[in-house]
Design a protein around this ligand. Structure first.
Ligand code: 5GP
Ligand code: MG
Length: 175
């Protein structure tokens, strides 16, 4: 990609906030007495989980996992690796994975298998953005914010070549 792509807003911060709040209400109904472990996926999920947990007014723990998935460009490599794992055991704990965006599903399907082997009491999935058009792994998404079109999104944690994570809005790039 040589030319600098144009940036267009898909969801403004004013649209994102009530969506995060609604997810928090649903999560609270199911987890308020469970002291769950929320597992955020780095780096893209860092802003979503930070916003989400501030709406969750009950005991919980936060963990982060870092996976390699997309390289530095636009395409998924199809291979996933755990670059940084959990710092504590999740055995017999209620685990909720917090993902930024699910595209093919390969990344999250890998992660759910990886976490299931650690024998949590329950394991569920929350994603802010669901891009179903290229789904290659069937997935049950327990909590989701927005269904999004087949565009390359940046902002609110999501990057293009490590840039744009700091945009408060969710945007798409197009030439
Ligand atoms: P999947 O394995 O589901 O195809 O891809 C999931 C991962 O790819 C996401 O966690 C995210 O890191 C990256 N990804 C998928 N779609 C997009 C997108 O539109 N924009 C950005 N920045 N990353 C994406
Ligand atoms: Mg990601």
């Amino acid at each position: 990609m040589n030319s600098h792509p144009g940036r267009h807003t898909l969801f403004t911060r004013e649209q994102i906030e009530p969506a995060v709040n609604r997810l928090a209400v649903e999560i609270t109904q199911n987890y308020r007495d469970k002291n769950p472990v929320l597992v955020g996926i780095l780096k893209g999920g860092f802003i979503f989980i930070a916003d989400l947990v501030r709406y969750l007014d009950f005991p919980l723990e936060v963990e982060f996992i870092r996976l390699s998935s997309y390289g530095s460009g636009w395409q998924t490599s199809g291979r996933v690796k755990v670059v940084q794992g959990l710092s504590r055991s999740i055995k017999d704990r209620h685990v909720l994975v917090i993902e930024d965006i699910i595209d093919t599903g390969i990344t999250v399907a890998f992660l759910m298998d990886y976490l299931k082997k650690k024998r949590p009491a329950s394991l569920k999935l929350c994603t802010l953005l669901d891009k179903p058009s290229h789904r290659r792994k069937p997935l049950k998404i327990d909590y989701h914010g927005f269904t999004v079109p087949d565009k390359f999104l940046v902002g609110y944690g999501l990057d293009y070549d490590e840039q744009y994570r700091n945009l408060p809005d969710i945007c798409y790039l197009e030439e």
